[in-house]
Design a protein around this ligand. Sequence first.
Ligand code: SRM
Ligand code: SF4
Length: 561
Amino acid sequence: MSAEAPVKLTHNEIIKDAIPTLAGTIAATIADESTDHFSEDDNQFLKFHGSYQQDDRDLRKAGKKYIMMIRSRVPGGVMTANQWRVFDDLATQYGNNTLRATTRQTIQFHGVVKSNLRAVVKGINDALLSTLAACGDVNRNVLAPPTPAYTKAREQVLQDCHRVALALAPQTKAYHSIWIDGEQLDLEKPENKNFVDPLYGKTYLPRKFKVAFVIPPVNDVDVFTSCLGFIAVVENDHLVGYNLAVGGGMGRSHGNTQTYPRLADVIGFFTPDKIVDVAKAVLTIHRDFGDRTDRKHARLKYVVAERGVAFMQEEVNKRAGLTLAPAKLFKFTTISDLYGWRKAVDGSWFLGLFVETGRIKDTENHRLKTALRQVADKFSNVEFRLTANQNVILANVAEADKAGINTMLAAQGVKTENQASVLHAAAMACPALPTCGLALAESERMLPGLIDRIEKLCGDLGLGGEEIIIRSTGCPNGCARPYMAEIAFVGKAPGRYQVWLGGDTAGTRLNRVWKDVVKDPDIENELRPVLARFAKERNAGERFGDWCDRVYLKEQPAAAN
Ligand code: SRM
Ligand code: SF4
């Protein structure tokens, strides 16, 4: 009889098991003024508390300058004006004077030094938001359609988003004790040493877990890229249930074909009363079947890919105590946000504001940070809604306040109509350098200039005004969901990008790698013949991504992954 080979768990599994409250020695390190950074293990625990230790990569030559990134959790991306004011203050006082609207409807603070970390986290909590589980091997911020109601069912969907976010939150007391009370938990006390989270168990999930709600036909949360997607089925303005999508994800590594982006499978339909049961069922499938020996293979998408849809259906039925019905028909038409003023069904107004690459900041001619702060100061009823496309919507605006807001924004150089060209308006970039420790190339600082260049090229080819969804990331992890874009630039090395083509406008098709490495200055030369052919050969109204998928990519040899 041969003994089974011992399972070699990752280091993260070992430390979670050793300190299941996730407290680490964070509180002690915060109190220790002689150090400006956390240990590697504490850095892993910190993620569960919503913070990453980074260093300013622009300054590395002079030695590491440690800075913290702090990510808030904002279910559905909805913030009050007062919460916005608090966030703005925290970014000004402790961060790098910018707010980063992320691809998952949260705000990130960058550049906070260790000694100010607690002030920021506590400040966010005092404003009744949190950073707990914004990162780490747990459920992350839950997405929901940010655009104020087209249907009344949207409010029900938002409520379900909050219920799920609450139900999937970890229960550790360490968060409160470190950040609110400013105390180190006694790790030797049995209730801490042997803490078992009622949902997650002792070692949480093998990896991060992501949930998104969406209301067709608008796929403004890129629902197929989340681990768990709830696709609302609305009949006669009434939410009748959800189609369940499981197993999406973007992350991959260059040269490792075992890692890949994947679209979620739609596996059935259920009624809204079961929403929390179904969310917990899918999360615990990840908890129980995810790979704890290899963090690159630990996401739910690999469980779904390898075990199959029938397995997922059976497990969800068993764990949630239901029988999934066949999925209902639905259709997505767009992933885009709406810009400018629109009227909501309740008669209030909302304003979609374009935020270039998600960075809310002041520049000489465009003081978006100041403008939003002034709106929050003056119009306390206005809601600030973050979109999964890195934009901001001012919602719940009274007709009488529209003019005042327009004047306030205009005074800071912020337009409300024709805010950006179609290419800029449809683009996203991840932060990459100088804050992201995983970046191989520039992204946020590179993309706007590159889009200007592509725009010029399009103009030269008679494609001026043509919308093409362009996304860039500084590495293959996929934070700006590049594998859904019509054109994506994925960092390979400084100034070098892998180029992917062929996503669609509804967020329902993965693109494909086209060129393994293109140097930044060569990008126009590489794209010119393809765009020229597209201009000549496309069907009427056909988009670039669709044409690439239908014609061009079929002729291309598969490039290295
Ligand atoms: Fe991400 C890691 C930024 C959305 C996939 N992501 C990171 C880190 C924390 C880098 C790190 O681990 O040291 C980045 C911090 C950079 C910085 O300086 O701020 C980072 N991710 C972001 C944000 C800010 C990008 C943005 O442009 O907004 C997004 C924050 C979301 C939020 O508010 O919660 C962000 N990350 C995403 C998404 C998109 C999404 O969720 O819709 C993805 C792809 C979807 C997915 O999860 O598959 C994504 N991030 C990753 C991965 C790859 C995971 C994988 O399965 O392989 C990593 C690396 C990792 O986890 O090891 C990562
Ligand atoms: Fe960093 Fe890569 Fe994510 Fe960009 S895609 S933020 S470079 S981890």
